[in-house]
Design a protein around this ligand. Structure first.
Ligand code: ADP
Length: 374
């Protein structure tokens, strides 16, 4: 489908830019200062045009491994973590150098999924972002890989997802993912010559999702799969997303000003910021519900104890939990009661809550405004 790009983008005030590992290194094994200088210059031009820009950068582990003279893609977790901490500071030094040439101050924000999943921390992060932007600072984000690994605890795991979460959190109008591919194709273009380019995606249909194969680059971690996951997160936030080729001249500038470049993901939906946060947060436990409760949720009604079959994990009131029906996560929610309390009132009518718990501040396990359907 060919839609007018300027019309799709509308007014773009706040832009998040994700720079992938393969872009930072321009396919090689060292950081490309030329590329980073070019990004910094384009960001300066966007800011001159009145836009606010935030960056999510990859590349720390690869850079760290090289600096440490370690072998690429090590299996040992401590080596990867050490490389992340070495590489992160080199990476920031390079970004700082590039932005300094444009007279722009940058800030480093390292985040983990655990931090993100804590309501207080994330509300506080919003204040930090607003404050930095009000001082014309460009915030540069990365996952704090030095202290989190997927083998040990919850992680975003890739910066496509992280950048979409940041875009959603910061109420950005546009996320630009700069990659080693110029957009979405019907199949992986590095494997299939007959892959056809898709300029515009209006719906994330199962067909579109199937187009994403795994990453082919040796340094990137996400591939197209995580970029489509990012598109879904952006869609919830009413944020447009563009995947474009990082080496194309002035790619960021052109993408953010409505030039026909890359693949654009249209977004017209918008769910509340709290629900978006829940959907991306790490869950502390699970509540299994029956079909009747499932029907209520799809009709945007609250979850009553009578529809709860089972509770697992340990969580408090207000923590993020998974709502599961027939073995599938159907929603995320912040409950009104703890796991221990819900275990005691599950399957009961709400008028029994007071008898069992000795209190009844709520008739519902979770209010509809605190339930985000997946
Ligand atoms: P980055 O480091 O920029 O995140 P990745 O290597 O992780 O880049 O992801 C981009 C790669 O995804 C492409 O180079 C390509 O090999 C692969 N890919 C898989 N399926 C598709 C598709 N349908 N369209 C485009 N690229 C695809």
């Amino acid at each position: 489908m060919n839609m007018d790009r300027k019309e799709i983008l509308g007014e773009v005030g706040r832009v998040v830019v994700k720079v992938g590992t393969s872009s930072i290194t321009m396919g090689g094994d060292t950081v490309s200062s030329e590329f980073m200088d070019s990004v910094a210059e384009q960001v300066r031009k966007l800011r001159d045009g009145g836009k606010e820009v935030l960056i999510v950068t990859s590349g720390a582990i690869g850079i760290g491994l090289k600096a440490m003279n370690a072998k690429p893609k090590p299996k040992e977790i401590p080596v990867r973590q050490a490389a992340a901490s070495v590489g992160q500071s080199i990476l920031m030094q390079k970004w700082n150098d590039s932005f300094q040439k444009q007279g722009i101050v940058v800030a480093q924000i390292l985040i983990t999924l655990n931090d993100y999943s804590d309501r207080e921390t994330i509300l506080n992060l919003n204040n930090t972002i607003d404050s930095l932007l009000s001082y014309n600072v460009v915030p540069i984000f990365n996952e704090n890989d030095a202290i989190c690994v997927k083998e040990i605890g919850p992680m975003f795991g890739d910066n496509d997802t992280l950048s979409a979460v940041i875009a959603s959190r910061a109420d950005a109008d546009l996320l630009v993912i700069l990659s080693d591919v110029d957009g979405l194709y019907t199949k992986n273009p590095s494997l299939h010559e007959d892959a056809a380019f898709i300029p515009t995606v209006t719906e994330l249909t199962p067909e579109i999702l199937e187009m994403a194969g795994d990453t082919m680059s040796s340094t990137g971690t996400g591939g197209m799969r995580t970029k489509l996951k990012a598109a879904a997160i952006c869609k919830d936030a009413g944020c447009r997303m563009i995947i474009a080729l990082s080496t194309e001249k002035d790619v960021l500038l052109r993408a953010a000003t409505g030039e026909d470049i890359g693949t654009v993901f249209v977004s017209d939906t918008h769910i509340s910021k709290k629900k978006r946060w829940m959907k991306a947060a790490h869950s502390m436990g699970t509540v299994v519900i029956d079909d009747g409760a499932m029907k209520a949720l799809t009709e945007h009604r609250s979850l009553l104890p009578v529809g709860v079959k089972e509770v697992t994990g340990q969580f408090s009131k207000g923590d993020v939990i998974d709502i599961v029906c027939k073995g599938e996560i159907v929603a995320k929610a912040t409950p009104n009661y703890s796991s221990e309390e819900i275990s005691r009132i599950r399957g009961m009518h709400s008028d029994r809550i007071r008898d069992v718990l000795g209190k009844c501040p709520y008739n519902d396990v979770a209010l509809s405004e605190n339930i985000a359907l997946m």
